[in-house]
Design a protein around this ligand. Structure first.
Ligand SMILES: C[S@@+](CC[C@H](N)C(=O)[O-])C[C@H]1O[C@@H](n2cnc3c(N)ncnc32)[C@H](O)[C@@H]1O
Length: 284
């Protein structure tokens, strides 16, 4: 594994497996859709190209053999499969408009929840943690300027990729990932060593990383004042998105918010109220 937790192939590749048959692909697409929500329609070539080296590296002679280990309950192989089929692309301060809304509208609207020490935020599909740490840094700045409760662990950050979660918890980022970061944040919230930046304890204590598959029921103890689920629904088809949005709604406190990616569409029958592009609110 390298520093961001991505598994590298060993470099000792076995024989090239037989091509992925239409039948195997159809079965695999059904499995992946049911288990993780991913819509693989029309993506056979992408799937094959993303998996072929891994199969050779692990010594599988065919896709059928590999897929059998997954269908037979190989949770680790299923996790590996999802790691290879999704992208964990993310960066600090991605979609700045949300952070502006967060600082100027959301946090002021939540003053009673903050005063009670009850504010709850969920970064769903958090990838390497950049999103959750950015919200944590915004909150630190906000509380520094306006005062706020001393409760910690305000942000739950979840993903289905165990590799991404390991990297997120480690909280070490290369110089390249820090380029959009305000200079003051680099000093306040990170420690630099040999060109790598480690999230400091102050920020880290605001975020809890956990495995959660968005296809599973949402069974967290508390409801959320803000759910951030950006650039995740791009993988799902319309009915899957509509179901997920209903689950999010049930898990949002009255008056709470949902942020989705600016490139993502909200289902037409959404129960949320649209406040601005990619910002939705649950009525009181
Ligand atoms: C492109 S990244 C987006 C990261 C971040 N939200 C952002 O906007 O920068 C998509 C993330 O969604 C995660 N994901 C995909 N399917 C998921 C599922 N069924 N449950 C939870 N996370 C999922 C992937 O593992 C990946 O880390």
């Amino acid at each position: 594994m390298d520093w961001i937790g991505i598994e590298r192939d060993s470099g000792f590749l076995g024989q090239r497996p037989e091509p992925l048959s239409d039948e195997d692909f159809a079965r695999m697409a059904k499995f992946v859709k049911n288990k993780f929500g991913l819509d693989l329609t029309g993506r056979k070539a992408m799937v094959e190209s993303r998996l072929v080296n891994y199969l050779m590296d692990r010594g599988f002679d065919s896709f059928s053999e590999y897929l059998r280990t997954i269908y037979d309950g190989g949770e680790e192989e299923a996790a590996n499969l999802i790691n290879r089929l999704t992208t964990n692309y993310t960066y600090f301060l991605r979609e700045q408009e949300h952070y502006d809304h967060f600082m100027n509208t959301f946090l002021p609207a939540m003053r009673n929840r903050i005063a009670a020490g009850e504010l709850c935020i969920w970064s769903a599909g958090c990838s390497f943690g950049n999103e959750a740490y950015t919200f944590a840094a915004c909150m630190e700045d906000y509380f520094e300027a306006h005062g706020g409760s001393a409760c910690d662990r305000r942000i739950l950050a979840t993903d289905v990729s165990r590799n991404a979660l390991i990297a997120a918890k480690t909280g070490i980022y290369a110089e390249a990932a820090m380029q959009v970061m305000p200079a003051i944040w680099k000093v306040k919230y990170f420690t630099e060593r040999n060109g790598f930046y480690t999230v400091n304890d102050r920020l880290r204590s605001q975020v809890v990383f956990k495995y959660h598959n968005l296809m599973q029921p949402i069974a967290f103890k508390k409801k959320f004042d803000l759910i951030v689920c950006r650039n995740v629904m791009i993988y799902f088809d319309k009915p899957t998105c509509a179901q997920l949005i209903r689950r999010f709604y049930a898990a949002t406190n009255p008056g709470g918010y949902l942020y989705i990616g600016h490139a993502e569409a909200m289902p037409a029958d959404t129960p949320y109220i649209r406040e601005q592009t990619a910002v939705y609110r649950r009525d009181r």
